[in-house]
Design a protein around this ligand. Structure first.
Ligand code: MN
Length: 425
């Protein structure tokens, strides 16, 4: 499928502050609500949210061929079922409507006032009803770091790691919108290797810096998606914080993998940025050695240069950026993940979420979890208010941000944030 990056010279009649994540070339999709406006689809340009329910109702989007009821839903799933060609047409039409020089909406005072909402007035929601959520483990540095900590550097990567994108099936019910806070989870864990397990609030609450992609419908069950066609089934990307309780995880994970140490909460950013918007930021991936099996081989640039950061905002109001990473650090790209996920005939449905796994770069300041940044509690991370962290404390807000920038064009994701509340004991 040909890609359609927007003309970098385009501008909008809507104001776009310098450094905004949301120029006319972005046009992400999300679900918002505002006073007098129940949950509905929107896009964002600068600090303005554009109400797609209103535009559809006014027949301004008829040329896309998308039935207008699809844009009057409280989640994006019906839009995702329309597929990549329809979503591309919608995005192109929105770029047209909002471009400098287009008067259709700009000069219709009543409609314009109805269709535009200041971003400061909206509440953002999870964009889709996520049917199934899969979490991969696709950053080599992260897998190596964890292997060093829990095994030894000589055997840090398990034998399968360089041959397939390791993943597990996560829990979709506890994926939270940005600014939805949660209580520190309780569970069973050990306080010393030889001690019996205890029950209580986790003592090792951690974040995982990840990105996730939402899917269009895949193929019918039994059919596989090849790497060459995988991107046709990917709607777009969001920031993803896969909250983790390391002590619960360490005790429970053998032999079947992550469970209660992971499924209490994950936070997803609200605006889903399409692959079309990210097209200018493609980069080559790492050379894969050993050579992967044919179904995992791919051609073209299927990695993306997306700058990522993690900040801790303490209860006292002091913010410290504790990690700078990049989505391009992944060893396994999204096309390989989707090809692997379906190679056994497993079907993928519109609104499924596939997360990358913690994204750690080579440098210690690019590690994507507290486990790695503070190296299993041995190297506390200093914050700007003078305090230190080995894991996340009650009252801490973890914020993740991401954006691409090249030749003066910035396409961003905004942020995802959540505050950890005290455990309910
Ligand atoms: Mn994870």
């Amino acid at each position: 499928m040909p890609m359609y990056p927007a003309d970098p010279s385009l501008s909008s009649w809507l104001p776009i502050p310098g450094g905004s994540d949301f120029p006319i070339q972005n046009i992400p999709f999300g679900i918002f609500s505002a006073p007098g406006r129940p949950m509905r689809p929107g896009t964002r340009v600068g600090d303005t949210v554009v109400d797609l329910f209103v535009l559809a109702e006014s027949d301004l989007l008829t040329s896309t061929g998308i039935p207008r009821v699809v844009l009057m839903e409280t989640k994006l799933n019906r839009l995702l079922k329309e597929g990549a060609v329809s979503v591309r047409a919608l995005r192109q039409r929105l770029i047209e409507l909002l471009s400098e020089g287009n008067a259709e909406l700009r000069d219709n005072d009543a409609l314009r006032q109805k269709a535009l909402v200041p971003a400061s007035e909206v509440t953002m929601h999870v964009a889709a009803h996520i049917g199934d959520y899969t979490d991969f483990y696709s950053s080599r540095q992260h897998a190596y770091n964890v292997g060093c900590m829990f095994r030894d550097p000589a055997n840090a990567l398990l034998p399968n790691w360089l041959h397939l994108p390791v993943g597990y099936h996560g829990r979709a019910s506890s994926i939270l919108a940005t600014e939805v806070n949660f209580h520190r989870p309780c569970g069973q864990f050990k306080t010393a290797p030889d001690a019996p397990p205890v029950f209580g609030p986790t003592r090792q609450l951690d974040f995982e810096l990840e990105m996730g992609f939402l899917t269009y419908d895949g193929k019918p069950i039994g059919q596989r998606i090849a790497t060459a066609e995988a991107e046709d089934h990917i709607f777009g990307l969001a920031l993803f914080n896969d909250w983790s309780a390391r002590d619960i995880q360490a005790w429970e994970y053998v032999p079947l993998g992550p469970f209660l140490g992971k499924n209490f909460a994950s936070s997803i950013s609200p605006w889903v940025v399409t692959l079309d918007a990210l097209e200018p930021f493609r980069v080559p991936g790492p050379v894969q050695d050993p050579t992967v099996l044919p179904y995992l081989q791919y051609t073209g640039n299927k990695h993306f240069d997306i700058r990522l950061e993690v900040a801790i905002l303490t209860a006292s109001g002091s913010e410290t950026i504790i990690s700078h990473s990049n989505f391009k650090h992944l060893y396994w790209n999204m096309a390989q993940q989707l090809a692997h996920h379906t190679v056994n005939g497993c079907n993928v449905r519109a609104g499924d979420l596939m997360a990358s796994g913690t994204i750690s770069g080579d440098a210690p300041e690019s590690y994507g979890s507290m486990l790695e940044l503070a190296w299993k509690g041995t190297k506390p991370v200093k914050l700007n208010d003078g305090s230190e962290r080995t894991f996340i404390q009650d009252g801490d807000t973890v914020i993740m941000r991401g954006y691409c920038e090249k030749d003066g064009l910035r396409i961003g994701f905004g942020e995802v944030r959540a505050t950890v509340l005290p455990a309910i004991v």
